[in-house]
Design a protein around this ligand. Structure first.
Ligand SMILES: NC(=O)c1ccc[n+]([C@@H]2O[C@H](COP(=O)([O-])OP(=O)(O)OC[C@H]3O[C@@H](n4cnc5c(N)ncnc54)[C@H](O)[C@@H]3O)[C@@H](O)[C@H]2O)c1
Length: 440
């Protein structure tokens, strides 16, 4: 099939590349000329395992093209995916300006019947807005071209995005005609060799499914963080409790790691947007509102522990930070807990030595830009030289089994603030006692 994917960020670039990998001819469009220029030179603007090789292969095979010209891209396309950002607006609801700008451009550019697919995460009812926006432009052109609008939310996870897309748990398609459902099924069939995981439903249910999925996962994280906070106060070990409850199949092991709170480009904004959607429709979503509140508090728990031990004024103390990205396997720092922790420590006068395998450029150029007191280092142990304590914030594999003797010899005090609760058995309380005993 001939496909256009509009928006070449995490979702658009991965989706477009995976569709190309299955033999489709894909045009990836982006409004950012620098990004497109880079992609045309074979430079991948994001880090995602396996993506670079797949992009280069499909460009070479002439299945994958990059352009800023939507009208050219749409010329032969049967399906156009909208995969632009839907960031949090000022009032907490999803900002639809990019989605509707694309819908407008589609209405101005399309030359033949088109299936327009909302892949961006969008509030319930957005497909109607996209439809109306395209129709308005067609009317202005006195065009009677036909088009359909479909909802096809994306469930890929950064860090394993290629695998998730190539072997999806499910593909949800919301559509109101058999024609579009069949077309979408045709497109996705090659992704289900073993088992049909294609689910068709009405458009609003598909739009809601994405919010419900993210709210459920965020709820699990906040629930476990709350349990961990209680554990700490009653002398229980949250990691034992995690194992104890995860073994129950109804609960499961995933998303119940206590940690520094959820971040990333999706959960924070989608949880917030869902509470707004509920409120706009006359419902007070109490549970989901609490999920967000617990998370906001959790992001500061590590900093509070540091203050408890080192005092309110952190001037003269240096903290080695392991991990800046919001989770391992990505350079994405959107809403990463590291941003909140580092800003809090720096605001109290601390010096930071930060290491991350992939996200240092993002930190320098965007999320921690201009913040004094941060030195970025090239290895995890370099972050510990002259540091008072280590703060672990992202569970990259290379942090899983470190040389604890080396950590101890490098740090001024053998303390690890373990934001991701990675080192089971590395008991903060005992270490803290050791810390006091050495006379600080
Ligand atoms: N990142 C994820 O893990 C993930 C997972 C599932 C769903 N989503 C959803 O997918 C959507 C996209 O997320 P993302 O992380 O890929 O965003 P992103 O910010 O990485 O990429 C968006 C891209 O769209 C481009 N763009 C903006 N306006 C445009 C226009 N008018 N024409 C062409 N391109 C334009 C931007 O330049 C950017 O490259 C969001 O709604 C998000 O919630 C994201």
């Amino acid at each position: 099939m001939n496909i256009t994917v509009i928006g070449s960020g995490y979702v658009g670039l991965v989706s477009g590349t995976c569709f190309a990998e299955m033999g489709n001819r894909v045009n990836c469009v982006d409004i950012d000329p620098v990004k497109i220029e880079k992609l045309n030179q074979g430079i991948i603007p994001i880090f995602e395992p396996g993506l670079e090789a797949m992009v280069l292969k499909n460009v070479k095979n002439k299945n994958l093209f990059f352009t800023t010209q939507l009208d050219e891209a749409l010329q032969n396309s049967e399906i156009a995916f909208i995969a632009v950002g839907t960031p949090m607006g000022d009032d907490g609801s999803a900002d639809l300006q990019y989605v509707l700008a694309v819908a407008k451009s589609i209405g101005q550019s399309m030359q033949k019947r088109l299936i327009v697919v909302d892949k961006s995460t969008v509030p319930i009812g957005t497909a109607d807005k996209v439809k109306a926006t395209i129709q308005k432009e067609l009317d202005l052109r006195s065009s009677d071209l036909e088009f359909d609008v479909v909802s096809n939310p994306e469930f890929l996870k950064e860090g394993t995005a290629i695998d998730d897309f190539m072997k999806p748990d499910r593909v949800v398609v919301g559509a109101d005609s058999d024609f579009t459902i069949q077309k979408m099924k045709e497109l996705y069939n090659p992704f289900f060799r073993d088992q049909d995981r294609f689910m068709s439903m009405d458009i609003r249910s598909a739009e809601m499914t994405k919010y419900a999925a993210n709210a459920m996962l965020a709820t699990k994280i906040s629930f476990m963080n709350e349990i961990a906070n209680i554990c700490e106060r009653v002398g229980a070990d949250a990691n034992h409790v995690r194992m104890g409850i995860g073994s129950d199949q109804r609960i499961g092991y995933s998303f119940i790691y206590p940690g520094a709170g959820y971040g990333g480009s999706c959960f924070p904004k989608d949880v917030k947007a869902l509470t707004k959607i509920a409120a706009e429709n006359g419902y007070n979503a109490q549970l989901i509102t609490s999920v967000e509140k617990v998370n906001n508090a959790q992001k500061l728990v590590i900093a509070q522990k540091i203050v408890k031990l080192f005092g309110e004024d952190l001037t003269g103390f240096t903290f080695g930070i392991w991990g800046l990205s919001f989770k391992p396997g990505t350079d994405d720092m959107r809403e990463a807990p590291s941003i909140y922790v580092i800003k809090e420590l720096v605001s109290r006068g601390a010096l930071i030595k930060a290491y991350d395998p992939k996200a240092i450029d993002e930190a320098k150029e965007h999320y921690l830009k201009g913040i004094q007191n941060i030195t970025y280092v090239a290895s995890k142990y370099d972050a510990l030289k002259d540091a008072d304590a280590l703060v672990l914030l992202t569970e990259w594999k290379e942090f899983r089994s470190p040389d604890f003797d080396k950590i101890k010899s490098l740090l001024k005090f053998p303390i690890i603030f373990d934001g991701r609760n990675q080192y089971n058995g590395f008991n903060l309380k005992e270490i803290a006692i050791e810390y006091y005993q050495i006379g600080k």
